[in-house]
Ligand binder design. Structure first.
Ligand code: PLP
Length: 568
């Protein structure tokens, strides 16, 4: 018999990891941003550590989108086409879900993440673009976060319900179902259906289902610190779209009586729930009283997020660092001049890239600030421009700033933010050089986080659940200058690992003061240290590696998921 490519993975029971997006490489548009990159880093660490994992996601053949910007910073979106055959192996197995009373066939592609340690993690990409399906169903796995709420629900049916069925069809024995955000939580309904108690008639719908069994199988990581961010669907829409699995009456017991709330569903049917940073765990407890919510702070995949010049010095002085980031504790062994030279190599590459792309005329020796993330209002990309005269006075000839970031196609305020940065870029042109690089993706992210001198983050508290780009910066010796939210509350030691913007985490947020503080620290601490005290600057760079990268990596994160969530 022919040996199926999946067979080598079905021999032992596995932890399944479900995510709507998974970002593995810059040239494979299967992600939109932080959530997907975290999923990719999770899987890469699992491969390095040889954990028995299998990941499931949707294919999204047209990607998120490619960002085009005109000279005014007006964004337009083009499909980011993915030909799965370039990266993946088609599998012959098919499963069925019922959507709007049509049979929808789901196919699968296999992508294998291979580690230098010999570890391998299979990823199943679910695909409804099959000739037998109705045209509208073929599109279900085309656009990541595209379409209306019906489209979204269909994608979530394919991912959650179709995903469980596909794992079964492929012959996997699954020990845990880890839901990375609520998008996949319909999987719990499929599990309930499979664990129905053998009783005839009961007065309470909940008694029919072996809830404890399902809970013992499920792990839920929540990422969203605002109630509005959680997927909710009216039940008439659910009834019309998802016409199977378990009765609506039963779904309401677990997912809420008013709407089908995917987060609530996951909360009610998981026995391990966690937020993605200590503060986010606390915020989530406040949002969902009565649930036991843990915190496992995110990390990034050290090897992926370290630039070549730093890989070289780490290999030379800290061998083994990539699979044991704890070795960063010995950062002091790297001579100052070699650390600085590695940084300047990354910086020259970035500045050359910026000048090529934008003709910004930036130079290698000016203090360079980087800011790249989803362009959306709460991230406040323009906080730095609150008082333009003050910024010009502080930064003239001493600062240059590089931006990047996509706005979701429907996020008009986010799009306006990009235009505002373009406007200010022109206005400040003779005083402070500013560049905006289009089409932020993983490749550009690595260039940026390694090539700037300071990584800036200015979210409105408490909306940054964790944030991960700052962790990437620390792997390249780049200190963070950030509002005390998400991971930075845990990673920040003032003037030692970087700098805080605004009030301490235990006092109320004060957005009006944030800009003031930003200018004050730039002028009094960051600019003087950079230009006048290279010795101090290099100590801070060492601390970002020895104290921040040492901890905020996905190897540490995965070891904690294993001991706290998977084995219990
Ligand atoms: C890391 C990364 C993100 C997430 O960064 P945050 O700091 O969490 O906003 C988003 N997009 C890309 C392309 C990334 O590489």
């Amino acid at each position: 018999m022919e040996h199926a490519p999946i067979d080598e993975f079905t021999k032992e029971p596995r932890i399944s990891y479900f995510s709507m997006e998974i970002g593995l490489r810059g040239d494979m548009p299967t992600y939109s941003g932080g959530l997907g990159v975290l999923a990719g880093d999770t899987i890469k660490s699992a491969a390095d550590l040889k954990l028995p994992m299998i990941a499931v996601t949707n294919l999204t053949k047209k990607g998120y989108f490619r960002q085009e910007l005109d000279i005014y910073g007006r964004q337009t979106e083009a499909p980011d086409e993915l030909d799965p055959a370039t990266f993946m192996i088609p599998l012959k197995e098919r499963v069925t879900v019922y959507i709007e009373e049509r049979e929808v066939l789901i196919g699968a592609w296999l992508y294998v993440v291979r580690s230098a340690t010999g570890g391998k993690i299979p990823i199943i990409f679910l695909d409804t673009d099959l000739a037998v399906n109705a045209p509208q169903d073929r599109e279900i796995t085309h656009y990541l976060y595209g379409g209306d709420s019906v489209y979204r629900l269909k994608q979530e049916i394919v991912l959650g319900i179709g995903g469980v069925r596909m794992l079964d069809e492929l012959g996997f024995e699954i020990k845990k179902f880890h839901m990375n955000e609520g998008h996949s939580s319909l999987l719990t309904l499929e599990l309930l259906k499979r664990h129905k108690k053998d009783i005839e008639e009961v007065w309470d719908e909940r008694l029919v289902w072996d809830v404890e069994k399902v809970r013992s199988l499920c792990v839920f990581t929540t990422h969203t610190p605002v109630a509005a961010g959680h997927d909710k669907f009216p039940y008439d829409l659910v009834q019309a779209t998802m016409c199977e699995v378990i009765p609506i009456k039963a779904i309401k017991e677990f997912a809420g009586h008013e709407h089908l709330n995917l987060t609530l569903l996951a909360l009610n049917l998981s026995n391990f729930i966690n937020g993605v940073a200590k503060r986010h765990g606390e915020v989530s407890k406040g949002m969902f009283p009565g649930y036991e919510i843990n915190a496992i702070t995110n990390g990034v995949h050290s090897f992926t997020w370290t630039c070549n010049s730093f890989k070289k010095i780490y290999d030379k002085y800290l061998p083994g660092w990539a699979n044991e980031p704890e070795i960063f504790v010995r950062i002091g062994r790297i001579p100052d001049d070699e650390l600085w030279a590695a940084h300047m190599e990354a910086k020259r590459q970035l500045i050359d890239h910026v000048n090529r792309e934008t003709q910004a005329g930036m130079n290698y020796d000016t203090l360079t600030i980087g800011f790249a993330r989803r362009a959306t209002a709460y991230k406040r990309a323009d906080l730095l421009f609150t008082d333009m005269d003050r910024l010009a006075r502080i930064g003239e000839g001493r600062l240059q700033i590089i931006y990047a970031g996509k706005a979701h196609p429907k996020d008009e305020p986010g799009k306006a933010l990009i235009q505002r940065i373009f406007e200010i870029k022109e206005r400040l042109r003779d005083k402070i050089k500013i560049a905006f690089l289009k089409n932020y993706n993983m490749d550009l992210a690595l260039k940026l986080v390694s090539g700037v001198d300071v990584w800036l983050n200015t979210p409105l508290r408490p909306l940054e659940a964790s944030g991960t780009s700052g962790m990437k910066a620390t792997h390249n010796g780049v200190p963070n200058f950030s509002v005390l939210d998400g991971w930075w509350i845990e990673g920040h030691i003032e003037g030692y690992t970087g700098w805080a913007i605004g009030p301490a985490p235990d006092v109320p947020a004060d957005p009006a003061r944030d800009a003031d503080d930003l200018y004050y620290k730039l002028e009094s601490a960051i600019i003087p240290a950079f230009y006048n005290d290279k010795h101090l600057w290099i100590r801070i760079m060492q601390n970002t590696i020895g104290k921040n990268a040492y901890y905020f990596n996905s190897h540490r994160m995965m070891r904690r998921y294993v001991t706290e969530a998977y084995i219990r």
